[in-house]
Ligand binder design. Structure first.
Ligand code: MN
Length: 402
């Protein structure tokens, strides 16, 4: 508890690439947490396969970053060494959907379980010195299918025709099946946590929760088994896939993410910019967690639309005028008061799914330009007034949030 900084680290790591008929952008940010425990991987054209076979994954570590970092480097390799996985993928055009699923999902599942066994043998982990664990949400994209493998409470959402058409379900200890497994293994679910402590019921690592004698690895208090979601690709409909950790989903719903990203794609085709906007928006909606997001776009992604670009410019002009008027009226006005005024007004044309929070960075820039000295002082005294006001939006971070 109290594992937060005085002000958030808002520097972001960015990456993007085009290939295999897709395009991806990603962003990650430490935020208010004292440590960055998220990790990710993004590979266009995985080894031994065609360039169109791609792999994306987000890992949300807890109780340290060792396991999440290790998984981001080794999970795909553990999966690829399963011959079934590799050969099924190579024959995807001759196999039936069921045959392909059997080979690919079987390989991914074995990869998860094998990696977990390897993690257990890392000396610091084996000795109990390192107790870290991680969620993993992964997506394998082939010519014909989108396959999601999820373990934990990071989430993948696939947006088709503006709607979340496929989404992974979070593995929370209070889910019926999860609770059943936990209780059968002799544990309990208290304050929606495994044994009152861990907020997620499936993860890699977390070996403190995987020592029940006589039970298989997938029947322990915390299981490393991924759950699968598959959708056939429809080139003329598929828009984009989002993988993100709970730092994002705590404050935005699947629909809001689809609306917000869908709207931003009409304003810019720069995926790193859009990822950064999502993260900043979540920060100002009150997320106190590390945040990571990968956006993967498909050929039918919304294109930049001159009307949307114009609407964005009009919105910026309107916001700039409002902030300028407020400062003109009271040249000693606090930035937090500016936000409060704007919050109370019914401003039209704010980005769907993002609202005023998604314009916080812009508003702050205008304020800074008008009142540079006041802005600098504000930074020292009160690091993030809006975020602290909105903290109640974020889920309570008690014992060991991942
Ligand atoms: Mn998290």
């Amino acid at each position: 508890m109290g594992a937060f900084l005085d002000k958030p680290k808002t520097e972001k790591y960015n990456e993007s690439k085009v290939g295999g008929g897709l395009k991806y952008g990603l962003s990650s940010m430490q935020g208010w947490r004292i440590e960055m425990e998220d990790a990710h991987s993004a590979i266009i054209g995985i080894p031994d396969q065609k360039e169109t076979v791609c792999w994306f994954a987000v890992f949300d570590g807890h109780a340290g970053s060792r396991v999440s970092a290790h998984c981001s480097h080794h999970l795909l390799d553990c999966i690829r060494t399963n011959d079934d996985f590799t050969s099924s993928l190579q024959q995807e055009h001759t196999l039936t959907k069921d045959e392909l699923r059997k080979g690919v999902e079987g390989g991914i599942k074995r990869g998860f379980l094998e990696l977990d066994e390897k993690l257990r043998k890392i000396p610091e982990v084996a000795s109990g010195e390192d107790k870290s664990g991680t969620t993993a949400v992964c997506s394998l994209i082939t010519d014909k299918y989108l396959i999601i493998a999820n373990c934990g409470d990071s989430r993948a959402v696939f947006c088709v025709g503006g709607q979340p058409a496929l989404a992974s379900q979070d593995h929370k200890p209070s889910n019926e099946l999860e609770r059943e497994r936990i209780q059968n293994a002799g544990g309990s679910v208290l304050i929606q946590r495994v044994n009152g402590s861990l907020a997620v019921s499936r993860a890699l690592g977390d070996f403190e929760y995987k020592n029940v004698e006589g039970r298989a690895p997938t029947q322990q208090l915390v299981s490393p088994e991924p759950e699968f979601y598959v959708k056939e690709r429809i080139p003329e409909q598929d828009e984009f896939l989002v993988l993100a950790c709970d730092g994002v989903w705590d404050v935005m719903t699947n629909q809001e993410i689809c609306d917000f990203i869908g709207g931003r794609l009409k304003v810019t085709d720069n995926l790193e910019t859009i990822c950064n906007e999502v993260i900043d928006t979540c920060l100002y909606k009150g997320s106190r967690d590390n945040m990571s997001i990968i956006i993967i776009t498909f050929p039918s992604v919304p294109k930049v639309d001159p009307l949307a670009v114009k609407a964005e410019k009009d919105l910026h002009d309107l916001l700039e005028k409002k902030v300028t008027d407020l400062v003109g009226f009271d040249s000693d006005i606090e930035l937090s008061a500016v936000h409060q005024y704007l919050q109370d007004e019914d401003i039209q044309g704010l980005p769907p799914g993002g609202g005023l929070a998604s314009k916080k960075v812009f508003i702050e820039e205008v304020y800074k330009k008008l009142l540079p000295e006041k802005y600098e002082n504000t930074q020292d005294e009160c690091p993030n007034p809006l975020a602290s006001l909105l903290f109640h939006n974020a889920k309570g971070a008690a014992v060991e949030d991942n």
